[in-house]
Design a protein around this ligand. Structure first.
Ligand code: VG1
Ligand code: CO
Length: 543
């Protein structure tokens, strides 16, 4: 087998964002693009020689080709072993689990998550560390530095590895072990949850619709929900992973999964419905007549997790990303749990989970997870919900009603303005930043600003400092607006505006969200001058 050193040159813009490096697929397919970044990973982790890695992705277009390149580069770098999901498939949480269970040195996940896939859509790659979690900022920073002084990379010349058959083979001196992507993950789920109780729930006629959105969770959901737990066959839909996700956005929210919202609001509503995203780390939870917002779901799971065997001892603490609503804070306060507020992105939960400070964590962007892996986990959230419903015998709607009665309700919505001109978006944020000192005491849409700042985070475990993590404006009475720019897009800029108000009055717990937040929506525009600076009169996505 021929090992070759290929001359290359630094490529602009290989800077990992909120979750790895994401670009248009054609950019990744360009000369040296993927190879440069993989070489930068090897360099940033101190070389791949002698190491064992996990490799898999969400099955999007170019997943299979990229996996072959990475295997040849791992072999050229002298890796001891690469554990690959069959056909190069692994959901993000399953990859995290394999990294941990097999005590490897880390892994590479190929995904652009909820972004669409295909030759004209998006692709992505990220490195996870030995704890199973996304590389922290200092490591992604080193990768970026390496891309800026890249001169060559090493790769072996070889035929494609047949990744369709389970078992072990060799590529040079590197062992390639091809594993069932579902098996280890499914047994982890069986250890955490009361499968007997959930089986009894389905046996009693409880109905479910799980939509895999033609993405990676299809095989996982079929195996676990239908085969192991006895949900009627056909409960899992769109279960065949496709390179272009069937042409849709594999993004489980009320826009891209509107048909699920229509289903639960209509006459044929199942008892429970859910969806996951491209790489299986997000979740959307719905019940008959109700859509549960991700922030509320986190709060409900925190309040009830002890009903599942894996969490019967209770939680050590909970964490949420800063823009996530403060619904979970109320649960933490009532239960005496420590509460941590982190910047957006799962990588910031890793140290807290590793140190045992928190058991559960979540983000408003449909991400929820626990210390069972170091990624958010879509199917895990679905199973925890099912476990809770199986034990309490309540419907989703009754569970939410009871929760608001106990804790009040954090009305919450996120407005996204997509495809903004990058410079205009940056100028808007700069102007907002400049206004911060003047905001306290001013009234907007009849509400007074109490405090306004730009969020920065000091990791309480390792002391790492992260600045510029979103602008927060707090109003009298507990309302809040957060502004930040997305770090996962591949074109232009996306402004995210997170709006929240807290209501405990028992007579006002079931109002339309946009009605309760109308003041905040008007205030957001007045404060950030969204319309004036971008010309936009309405958001592209409301979650
Ligand atoms: C978004 C979400 C963030 C999430 C990230 C990755 O980031 O807001 O909460 O962690 O996507 O999720 P941003 O920077 O675009 O707001 V996934 O499912 O893409 O791995
Ligand atoms: Co995802």
């Amino acid at each position: 087998m021929q090992r070759r050193t290929i001359q290359t040159h630094p490529i602009e813009g290989q800077k990992p964002g909120t979750s790895g490096l994401r670009k248009k697929t054609r950019v990744f397919m360009g000369p040296h693009y993927l190879e440069n970044f993989v070489q930068a990973i090897w360099l940033a982790i101190g070389g791949v020689r002698g190491k064992t890695l996990v490799l898999g992705g969400d099955g999007r277009y170019f997943n299979d080709r990229a996996a072959q390149v990475i295997l040849r580069m791992a072999a050229a770098g002298g890796a001891a072993k690469v554990i690959v999901g069959q056909n190069a498939l692994l959901s993000t949480p399953a990859a995290s689990n394999l990294i941990r269970q097999r005590r490897t040195d880390g892994g590479i996940i190929l995904s652009a998550s909820h972004n669409p896939g295909g030759p004209d859509e998006d692709f992505g790659i990220k490195f996870n560390c030995a704890n199973g979690g996304p590389a922290p900022e200092d490591l992604t920073g080193r990768m970026y530095e390496e891309t800026r002084r890249m001169t060559s990379y090493d790769i072996v010349e070889a035929q494609d590895v047949d990744l369709s058959r389970l078992g072990a083979l060799r590529l040079g001196d590197t062992v390639i072990e091809i594993v069932d992507p579902v098996a280890d993950y499914a047994s982890l789920m069986a250890r955490l949850f009361d499968f007997e109780a959930i089986r009894a729930l389905f046996a009693g006629g409880f109905t479910l619709r799980f939509d895999a959105m033609h993405a990676v969770t299809g095989p996982y959901a079929r195996a676990i929900l239908e085969d192991m737990l006895g949900a009627p066959s056909g409960s899992v839909v769109n279960a065949e992973p496709k390179p272009d996700f069937g042409g849709g956005h594999p993004d489980p929210n009320p826009i891209w999964a509107k048909y699920l919202v229509d289903l639960v609001m209509g006459p044929d509503a199942p008892d429970f419905a859910a969806a996951s995203d491209g790489d299986g780390d997000r979740n959307m939870i719905l019940g008959r007549g109700i859509v549960v917002t991700p922030s509320d779901s986190l709060a409900v799971l925190a309040a009830n997790a002890h009903l599942a065997p894996g969490y019967a001892r209770g939680l050590t603490g909970v964490a949420r990303s800063m823009p996530t609503s403060r619904a979970v804070d109320r649960v933490a306060a009532a239960r005496g749990l420590d509460l941590y507020e982190t910047p957006t992105g799962w990588k910031f939960f890793g140290t807290l989970l590793d140190a045992g400070r928190v058991t559960l964590c979540g983000e408003e962007s449909a991400g929820t997870g626990s210390d069972h892996v170091r990624e958010k986990d879509g199917l895990w959230a679905v199973l925890l919900w099912l476990n809770i419903l199986a034990v309490t015998g309540r419907s989703v709607a009754d569970t939410m009603r009871a929760h608001s009665r106990d804790f009040g309700r954090n009305y919450y919505t996120r407005h996204d303005y997509e495809g903004l001109e990058s410079d205009a978006a940056a100028a808007m944020m700069a102007a907002l930043r400049a206004r911060l000192p003047d905001l306290p005491g001013q009234d907007f849409a009849g509400r007074r600003v109490e405090t306004a700042d730009e969020f920065a985070y000091d990791d309480p475990v390792d002391g790492a400092h992260s600045a510029g993590q979103g602008i927060r404006v707090h109003f009298a009475g507990g309302a809040r607006i957060v502004f930040r720019l997305s770090g996962t897009g591949t074109e232009g800029a996306t402004l995210r505006v997170y709006l929240e108000d807290y209501i405990s009055d028992p007579a006002r717990l079931e109002l339309p969200v946009e009605e309760v937040l109308a003041d905040m929506i008007a205030a957001a525009d007045a404060i950030a001058e969204i319309h004036a600076r971008t010309g936009r009169t309405a958001p592209d996505v409301r979650t």
